[in-house]
Design a protein around this ligand. Structure first.
Ligand code: ATP
Length: 252
């Protein structure tokens, strides 16, 4: 069964049809690339998946259940977690504290335990810190744990954002332009991290303009243009697809 099944999803903004009855199925454990020119509808689709937008029409199934009416928070609780095109970290907080925040995303009740007793909070805090540090180690950024996020390079901030998303224990991770602002070396490191995340059983959809990153990391790619899926297939087939080259890749 597909983890995500989007059936005939449309999204209209006044007179603008951002998504025109699109169908996308993503299998459990897959890395799916979503590419297309500016304004194609990629971010709109992410917003529909994450619950920021209600589609004008269509149904959305997650592991076979209709999630179309669930709030953003309910979807996070199910394991649908995203990063943003414009990084949304707490820039005045440290790297470690940002990642610790990620653990609270999945359960809003975390700090209710405060009422239960200080000992519990102390143990919980210690556990959180250990978990957060081991996540930072996985992403190779443990050395900057105590730095303020606002002082970091863009590439580092992107990694912190992914680490924070992973703290929420996603089943489906939506990455919105994770390579933006990264150099080639950072891009290739990102590819390794994304594969590593998938190897832990997380399904990933990645919106990305950096073709080296998206072509090397994706199992399959869906190409959106003018709110429609114009092609779908393995990276090699997409690179050789005439329509995709005319509408997007050839324009680089
Ligand atoms: P980019 O690669 O530039 O991020 P995109 O593929 O993510 O582009 P979207 O941001 O989804 O494209 O935009 C699709 C279309 O919907 C565009 O025409 C955009 O102007 C329009 N649109 C998106 N969000 C809104 C909104 N909140 N209100 C009105 N129009 C919107």
């Amino acid at each position: 069964m597909a983890l995500i099944q989007a059936n005939n999803i449309s999204k209209q903004f006044g007179g603008i049809a951002a998504l025109k009855s699109i169908n996308i199925e993503v299998e459990q454990g897959e890395i799916r690339g979503l590419i297309g020119p500016n304004g194609a509808g990629k971010t709109t689709f992410f917003n529909v998946l994450a619950g920021n937008y209600t589609p004008t029409a269509g149904t959305l199934l997650f592991a076979g259940s209709d999630i179309g009416k669930l709030s953003i928070h309910e979807r996070v609780s199910l394991g649908i977690v995203r990063t943003f095109q414009n990084i949304r970290l707490f820039s005045s907080m440290t790297v470690l504290d940002n990642v610790k925040m990620g653990y609270h995303a999945r359960t809003s009740s975390g700090w209710l335990a405060t009422a239960i007793g200080r000992r519990w909070v102390f143990d919980e805090e210690k556990r959180l810190k250990e978990n957060a540090i081991s996540l930072l180690e996985r992403f190779g950024i443990e050395r900057i744990a105590d730095e303020q996020v606002g002082n970091l390079s863009y590439g580092h901030q992107r990694r912190v954002e992914i680490a924070r998303a992973m703290a929420a224990k996603p089943k489906l991770l939506l990455l919105d332009e994770p390579a933006a602002g990264m150099n080639d070396t950072e891009g290739q490191e990102l590819v390794r991290h994304i594969r590593d995340i998938r190897d832990q059983g997380v399904t990933i959809i990645i919106v990305e303009h950096d073709m080296r990153v998206v072509m090397s990391v994706s199992d399959h790619i869906s190409v959106l243009a003018h709110g429609e899926i114009i092609a779908e297939g393995e990276p090699e087939a997409i690179q050789g697809n005439q329509r995709v080259n005319e509408e997007y890749l050839g324009k680089g």
